[in-house]
Design a binder for this molecule. Sequence first.
Ligand code: GLU
Length: 310
Amino acid sequence: MPVPPPVQPVFRFAPSPNGLLHLGHALSAIINHDMASATGGRFLLRIEDIDRTRCRPEFEAAIVEDLAWLGLSWEEPVRRQSDHLDLYAAALERLRDMGLVYPSIMSRGEIKAAVAAAEASGQVWPRDPDGTPLYPGLERELPTSEQEALVAGGRLHAWRLDLAKAVDHLAEPLTWREAGAGPAGETGLIAADPAAWGDVVLSRSDAPSSYHLSVVVDDALQGITHIVRGRDLYHATSIHRLLQRLLDLPEPIYHHHRLILGADGRKLSKSNGDTGIAAFRAAGHSPAELRAMVLGVAPPYGEGGPSPRA
Ligand code: GLU
């Protein structure tokens, strides 16, 4: 029997151009790049710019500049999600045809007010792993004709996945292979828990696709074999695995890596100007120094600076 050729690993770094890259992004990009080099794999850059209200071309330019300064190289052309909205719409359509999606009409403000009212009356409102309250609306229970009337009447706010129905649809247990570790050290074969996320948004009237939907579509289309990203996205993997199964997409291997925390012990954010790659560069540090620092083989720069041992 001929032996099938080994599958070439494909890695990607997928930032959103809604701010400047910080040291946590540098760690993620470097790990992906180095794993690709070490395994004879490919390294791709993907620009996740679905959220048109927050993403800016100048941030995309800064991402490219920062990564090039770090000495990383990636395949061209770079995939930009805003160029592929038709593909995410097709995936949404497929889920809708399967009867797993419903139109929700409550705005963010209405959701907040409804949850606050329920909590004020003593109810404990369930929240997703990111701390966002689960959707309080009940449109999922309406007959299809009434759901269609909401859309026709211009009431649509977001298309949501009917999580309970979607989970019922699964023939086999939903798992993933974790080659890194979750926040509590979880590793190996992990049982996914998509129900914790409730009825996630798949598209909004003001944003054509959600992060969850576009990321699984693109990872499959780009043939990503290894998803290496920060531990802050560990729990989102449950939803990604659910969408992959529903859409018949291949299952990648996941590797969640540690986060770099700021001096306040919290995850870095794009607004932490002083922990940006650009700020580090402007302070006269070299790419090699930054690499050593984020990989944890050199002390963090400056007093009270970010800790690579998070
Ligand atoms: N675009 C996401 C972010 O910037 C990362 C997506 C992923 O790695 O799955 O946080």
